[in-house]
Design a protein around this ligand. Structure first.
Ligand code: PLP
Length: 373
């Protein structure tokens, strides 16, 4: 009885809501519209069972089916080899900064880090609590405008940690390179944006709130032989082995966040998987970079060869245009293009779910702004 009434009210209030904005926010960020609608529906009543998804047991057959399909679709879309486990946990990428060395690195051993931005530097800082670290290269002196490509990884490093997409400065690497040691990658802001050769990595982790689902869930893809590599006694909630043994159901997982991931993964598959997604993302990025390069009022931050498709950073040629342009785009329903607090300028995040129409609107606004001069 009551449930149908609520659902009815929800759809009415959705219709009444103001026009949806073009959301270029860096995270939590845009998800496919159908993910918003289906997850809202599931909060009211899940799958006709007379209960909300928020009030059922994480050991119910409904949630078990959600978890199974989430893991299966993840493996299918990323073509994950059989000797890798997919784990779902909480704490975000920041918790992985600590969990990776805690699980992989012994106190007297060394882990290597490639410093390509704020997140990479934070990861290295956490690792120092658990072992020794070595920075193989850093682009910090050049405001993280590029990704260092020539560096030596000491052979006795337990792993090399990289950040595949530098969310704050807008650099990204598109090649899955192998090194003599296992590669650990923070893919928080570009996972599922292109096909990835998982076999080139020892461990991949990603907070969900950029390309995958709502905040509150973190995905870890780990090669089985690395689970529990470090000898230290481990707290259960910090032990990859516990998650692997219990299929990520050792304790109550974030049920709703996992469901939003599942809905996004279904959407990805329906659209043609990661090859199709990469094509879409390339088209969006090329459109916006072309305007940044053409328009005399703006310039890009990153060097051309390392430009991110996910986070497109640009600055005004005349500093006084920064506030003016942010004001100017308001009537275009553009949201979230203000640059990171320590960087300034503009950042247009173009995650998977952002439609190309939103990029077209931003390009139009940039052209209209030019005409006001
Ligand atoms: C957003 C982001 C983080 C931080 O993620 P949390 O989930 O907030 O801990 C770390 N690394 C990268 C690359 C990010 O984009």
């Amino acid at each position: 009885m009551g449930r149908t009434h609520y659902i009815c009210c929800l759809s009415i209030s959705m219709k009444k809501s103001s026009m949806k904005k073009h959301n270029f926010g860096a995270g939590p960020s845009i998800l496919p519209q159908e993910v918003f609608e289906q997850s809202a529906q599931a909060c009211l009543e899940y799958n006709g069972i007379g209960l909300s998804l928020l009030e059922i047991s994480h050991r119910s057959k409904e949630f078990e089916a959600i978890l199974d399909e989430t893991l299966t679709l993840t493996r299918e879309l990323l073509q994950i080899p059989d000797n890798y486990k997919v784990l779902l946990m909480q704490g975000g990428a920041n918790m992985q900064f600590a969990m990776v060395p805690y699980n992989l690195l012994n106190e007297n051993e060394t882990a290597s880090y490639l410093d390509t931005g704020v997140w990479a530097a934070k990861a290295e800082e956490e690792a120092r609590l658990y072992g020794k670290t070595h920075i193989v290269a850093s682009s910090k002196p050049d405001a993280y405008r590029y990704i260092p490509k020539t560096f030596e990884v000491p052979k006795d490093s337990v792993y090399l940690h990289v950040t595949s997409n530098n969310t704050i400065y807008g650099t990204e690497f598109f090649e899955d390179k192998s090194y003599d040691v296992p590669v650990v990658a923070d893919m928080s802001s570009d996972i599922f944006s292109r096909p990835v050769d998982v076999s080139r990595y020892g461990l991949i982790y990603a907070g969900a709130q950029k390309n995958l689902g709502s905040a509150g869930i973190t995905m870890v893809i780990i090669r089985e032989d690395l689970i529990g590599r470090s000898a230290r006694a481990k707290s259960k909630m910090w032990d990859y082995g516990i998650y692997a043994k219990n299929n990520s159901l050792y304790n109550t997982p974030p049920v709703f966040a996992i469901y939003t991931c599942l809905l996004t993964l279904r959407w990805l598959k329906k659209l043609g998987g990661l090859t199709a997604m990469e094509k879409r993302n390339k088209a969006k990025a090329e459109l916006l970079y072309a305007e940044i390069d053409r328009n005399p009022l703006f310039k890009g931050h990153a060097v051309a060869e390392d430009r991110s498709r996910m986070n497109i950073n640009f600055v005004p040629v005349h500093p006084e245009d920064e506030a003016a342009f942010l004001e100017f785009v308001k009537p275009y329903h553009i949201h979230g293009i203000k640059g990171y607090r320590t960087v300034g300028g503009f950042r247009a995040s173009c995650y998977n779910a952002l439609p190309i129409e939103s990029v077209q609107v931003l390009v139009q606004a940039m052209q209209d702004f030019e005409k006001t001069k």
